[in-house]
Design a protein around this ligand. Structure first.
Ligand SMILES: C[S@@+](CC[C@H](N)C(=O)[O-])C[C@H]1O[C@@H](n2cnc3c(N)ncnc32)[C@H](O)[C@@H]1O
Length: 284
């Protein structure tokens, strides 16, 4: 094991992860080593000849092993970037996805001109949506709701790291349950929306490591979305905004859910690949 430097270890890990089928082996090698050495990826390049101790090598080997067994790198490093911030993540809580950033953008745009808005995030997970929104809207207050106390504990930590904790209230509960009518200027949600029949088609990295209860939305995937559409308006102030993430093939079915409900300005948001990833509407 003699003679292992940062450079040699990065090169070796890149090749090893590539052999094991990683799609970005260099980046992953950097992330794992930066995590081990408690530094930033770019800072590794400031001291490429730094030798690794035997103990560091042992710990690194364990990290690489977890990764080659398919564990998401974010659960190994405990971090994921989202919108403008870094969020802490942990097994049992869904890892924030870049495509969910369009929800943040839609809420920020949709709330322009509203003074001191109050926003509810249903199924907050790491808190990535509501924490990002509050950080960009200093006059806003938020409620983060989740059924899972482990998710709420993580949201609390992220809110405090990103300095919005005083404006964020955490609630454990089932969907829209515990609130008064007409409370919110906006409701944002990335609910579970994978259909039960699709579960087996998900990549192993997701299916075997991320929480099923955070992803699966009933037999057809629409269980939570339909409840949010059916009752969300009751909790919105007049003119209030609802933005819900959905599966990219669910547009037609989601459109139907809005029929006969007091919503207006219904529109779909697309990701960079042009796929429908979220729906937004206003309460009449
Ligand atoms: C797809 S994850 C979204 C997490 C986070 N908002 C994000 O975008 O990364 C769905 C979240 O909804 C929560 N959840 C599932 N069923 C729920 C329910 N009945 N009421 C409230 N939250 C629920 C899960 O615990 C999970 O954190």
């Amino acid at each position: 094991m003699a003679g292992w430097t940062v450079k040699r270890l990065l090169d070796w890990t890149r090749d090893y992860l590539a052999q094991k089928g990683a799609s970005s082996p260099r980046r992953e090698a950097e992330e794992l080593l930066a995590h081990l050495l408690d530094t930033r990826r770019l800072d590794l390049y400031l001291d490429l000849q730094r030798p690794l101790t035997r103990e560091e090598l042992e710990r690194f080997k364990a990290l690489v092993k977890r990764r080659t067994r398919g564990e998401p790198i974010q659960y190994i490093t405990g971090r994921q970037g989202f919108w403008k911030h870094e969020f802490l993540v942990k097994p049992g809580v869904l890892i924030p996805r870049p495509e969910s950033e369009i929800l943040v953008q839609a809420v920020l745009e949709g709330l322009k001109g509203r003074e001191a808005p109050i926003i509810l995030d249903v199924g907050t997970g790491t808190g990535c949506l509501i924490v990002s929104i509050l950080a960009d809207l200093p006059g806003a207050r938020g409620i983060a709701l989740d059924i899972d106390p482990g998710a709420l504990a993580l949201t609390r930590i992220n809110a405090s790291r990103i300095k919005v904790a005083e404006r964020l209230h955490l609630v454990q509960g089932d969907l829209l349950g515990p609130f008064k009518r007409e409370s919110f200027d906006a409701i944002v949600s990335n609910p579970p929306y994978i259909a039960a029949e699709e579960w087996d088609t998900l990549p192993g990295e997701v299916r075997l490591h991320e929480p099923q209860k955070a992803l699966q939305g009933g037999e057809k995937g629409l269980y939570y979305i339909s409840r949010l559409v059916a009752h969300g308006w009751e909790y919105l102030k007049p003119g209030g905004l609802i933005v819900i993430e959905m599966g990219w093939k669910q547009k037609e079915k989601v459109k139907v859910l809005f029929k006969g409900k007091p919503y207006t300005d219904i529109g779909f948001l697309t990701d960079l690949g042009g796929r429908n990833r979220a729906v937004k509407a206003r309460r009449v």
